[in-house]
Design a protein around this ligand. Structure first.
Ligand SMILES: [Zn+2]
Length: 393
């Protein structure tokens, strides 16, 4: 979508609970609350649809999303899980590592796109050659990270070297035992628990550690289905009432149930939809230091949009039964259902390819899906699953 287009007739989310009937102009990667004059072919009739901000997945390991879940938990902590599953020379890890990393990263991007994610935080190095251009979604670029206290000897150095205004993201307190809990005190003793610190998991934290995290101004990322699988439980009620900012993440297919759609459903068993909405939109943007214009639809803001059927629901309620019909990333149509292509007769999607995934749906997308399928299936003896679900075409 290089030309300007008008998204006409939809309800547009202005917060978790409010919508407004607005026509949106999308032009050069930005969205505007005004029609301007453009040719009629540039107008898409989206009556009957609801437009949400593109979602933010605060934690993923993009290259690990073709893997099956590995491990037989629950384990006392993440180290025990990692020690148990680390078999790089055996099936299925060996076959999966045989899929080129660039291809695996791309599939991780597709997993996110299919659940309406337009921005993901990758917990591993940033690959500019893959992420900077032609990737399905935005990958947070301004960040520092360490895997964990156990597996990153240089975590203190990495914290000190974080760029100004960037988050420092680390797996910590991922367990139920004293070893896991102690990590928060180790971070604090090294003066590495501060406003930019983002603790992924934090399941071990009791009220007193949560108070410390809050006092230091640090944040949490919550990955409930991953925690269920590895530890047999997730964050306690104390975490949700602690005042610590929390964003939602999927983690990878190695431990998660599936994609962000699954994670939202799991999270909704614990917290209300309005709070959940913040955890994948503006609240997640704050945790990841993405700026106040991220995670919301704002006049002049980025054109990162998710379109779903309008059933009269509040924006927050739409997250509980997420069926993306159209996903626009930086002004480009990266995912579109056949229902919506039929409303765009003037536009040609001949260069788009079909992607169909079990239990998720069928869409058109501008990416080279057939090539990605071929490259992955070669190494995997034909059994291609994206976050546990069969890739059909
Ligand atoms: Zn992780």
């Amino acid at each position: 979508m290089e030309q300007a287009v008008i998204l006409a007739g939809a309800r547009v989310a202005t917060s978790a609970t409010r919508t407004s009937r607005l026509d949106l102009l999308v032009r050069q990667g930005q969205v505007f609350f005004s029609r301007h004059e453009i040719s009629p072919e540039g107008e898409i009739d989206l009556s009957g649809f609801l437009i949400l901000p593109g979602l933010i997945n605060a934690h993923d390991h993009l290259e690990l999303n073709l893997f099956p879940r590995l491990g037989r938990g629950p384990y006392p902590n993440a180290t025990a899980w990692a020690d148990d599953i680390y078999r790089p020379d055996e099936a299925p890890v060996k076959q999966h590592l045989g899929v080129p990393k660039r291809v695996r990263l791309f599939w991780g991007g597709m997993k996110n796109l299919l659940s309406g994610v337009t921005t993901v935080a990758q917990h591993n190095p940033y690959h500019p050659d893959v992420f900077d251009e032609g990737f399905p979604i935005r990958v947070v670029k301004h960040y520092s990270w360490a895997h964990s206290l156990r597996f990153s000897n240089d975590w203190q150095y990495r914290y000190r070297q974080r760029p100004a205004g960037a988050p420092f993201i680390i797996h910590a307190a991922e367990g139920l035992d004293e070893d896991a809990r102690r990590e928060i005190y180790q971070l604090d003793a090294a003066s590495a628990l501060g406003r930019s610190t983002v603790v992924v998991h934090g399941v071990a934290l009791r009220r007193e550690e949560l108070m410390l995290v809050r006092k230091r101004g640090a944040s949490l990322i919550w990955c409930p289905s991953s925690n269920d699988f590895t530890l047999g439980r997730t964050l306690s009620e104390a975490a949700f009432s602690s005042g610590v900012p929390i964003a939602l993440g999927t983690d990878s297919a190695l431990t998660a149930e599936g994609d962000l759609t699954d994670e939202l459903r799991r999270a909704s068993q614990v917290i209300d939809p309005v709070r959940l909405y913040g955890m994948v939109t503006s609240g997640a943007a704050r945790v990841l230091c993405l700026g106040s214009a991220a995670g919301c639809i704002r006049n002049g803001g980025a054109a990162d949009l998710l379109v779903v059927p309008d059933r009269g629901q509040a924006p927050a309620e739409a997250l509980l039964d997420l069926r993306p019909q159209l996903v626009i990333v930086n002004g480009h149509i990266d995912l579109i259902s056949e229902t919506i292509t039929e409303r765009m007769r003037a536009a040609s999607f001949s260069a788009y390819q079909v992607i169909e995934v079990e239990d998720r749906g069928r869409w058109l997308t501008p990416f080279n899906i057939s090539g990605l399928i071929d490259q992955a299936r070669q190494a995997l003896d034909g059994d291609l699953r994206l976050a546990g679900k069969a890739v059909i075409s």
